[in-house]
Write a protein that binds this ligand. Structure first.
Ligand code: PMM
Length: 295
């Protein structure tokens, strides 16, 4: 689909119209990552400039992204937090510009005030890596505005999340903790049709945990909510592809591995994948769709 995708209203509809078929949507969604931060692990520092950020978002839309995920705070392990005003100022103008160009935008934030400003600027999805835990006001913002809400599995902020990577059984525990977040969201008046779940690869997870969650994505799909999968360029892939000396594969050379995980996720029935390489993922999706159509 590279080069033939025209961003526009149909994009926005696909993303904002709830569909909770247990076996996923007809066409998995591609969420393109746009980190307007100096320190994200993969694209940190590349899109801090307004023009660069908007150009990259537009490019991802042209390559086939259904949704541009704009973030103003790095969530990489060990990252220091920025204040809400800084986070907001990094993202709002970029969001407004992308929405003006017909693109659907999600805001990657754990803060209700940032989410509210982003929604005001036109974002139609809140991608909350804390699943509503970090800010008690997030549920109200989502309920009041009627946007979609990605509830990702999370146990704590980046500074100490690897310490929290302890599970009895990672698949069962993550599912149960996500179901708790769903209950809390519903209790706050959020429409169940608006929810999207994400197992949160790399967030309080070891490489072994990530592999187990990836291998059991179908169990998350079976919960009956759309599932988002975010493996793109993460360190467990770097570790898998380490050289003989044990040095992990550099971030920029994990694209083929990321594509393999995305195709496996499509096969498991996910609603969408969150990726840095939209063009490659759109090609992989075309292959997967053609294969499915020929079954
Ligand atoms: N991963 C990152 C950031 N936001 N959001 C969701 N829903 N799922 C993820 O797996 C996820 C996320 C970290 O990756 P980045 O630093 O490349 O943005």
């Amino acid at each position: 689909m590279r080069g033939v995708h025209a961003p526009g209203a149909s994009n926005v509809d696909a993303v904002t119209t709830p569909h909770s078929a247990p076996d996923g949507p007809a066409r998995p969604q591609i969420m393109g990552v746009l980190n307007v931060t100096p320190d994200s692990f993969s694209d940190g520092g590349r899109y801090l400039d307004f023009g660069d950020a908007v150009a990259h978002g537009e490019q991802m839309g042209a390559e086939g992204a259904d949704l541009i995920d704009v973030g103003g705070e790095s969530t990489r392990p060990g990252a220091e937090r920025v204040d809400a005003a800084t986070e907001t100022s990094r993202v709002v103008d970029v969001i407004a510009a992308l929405v003006e160009r017909g693109l659907a935008v999600s805001i990657d934030t754990t803060r209700a005030a940032v989410a509210a400003a982003a929604i005001e600027a036109g974002a139609s999805v809140v991608n909350d890596v804390s699943g509503g835990l970090a800010d008690p006001d997030m549920a109200r913002v989502v309920a009041d505005t009627g946007v979609r809400w990605v509830l990702m599995h999370w146990r704590g902020h980046s500074s100490d999340m690897q310490r929290l990577a302890r599970y009895e059984s990672v698949v069962a525990d993550v599912k149960a903790e996500l179901e708790d977040r769903v209950e809390a969201a519903l209790d706050s008046g959020v429409d169940r049709e608006r929810l999207i779940l994400d197992p949160g690869l790399g967030f309080a997870k070891t490489a072994e945990h990530n592999w187990r969650l990836s291998a059991h994505l179908d169990e998350f799909v079976a919960l009956g909510y759309p599932v988002l999968f975010g493996s793109s360029r993460k360190s467990y892939l770097g570790r898998l592809l380490a050289d003989e000396s044990g040095k992990p594969r550099p971030v920029g050379q994990r694209e083929a591995a990321t594509l393999a995980t995305s195709v496996l996720a499509f096969e498991a029935g996910v609603w969408g994948v969150r990726v840095h390489d939209v063009a490659g993922t759109a090609d992989a999706r075309a292959v997967w769709l053609a294969t499915r159509a020929a079954r």
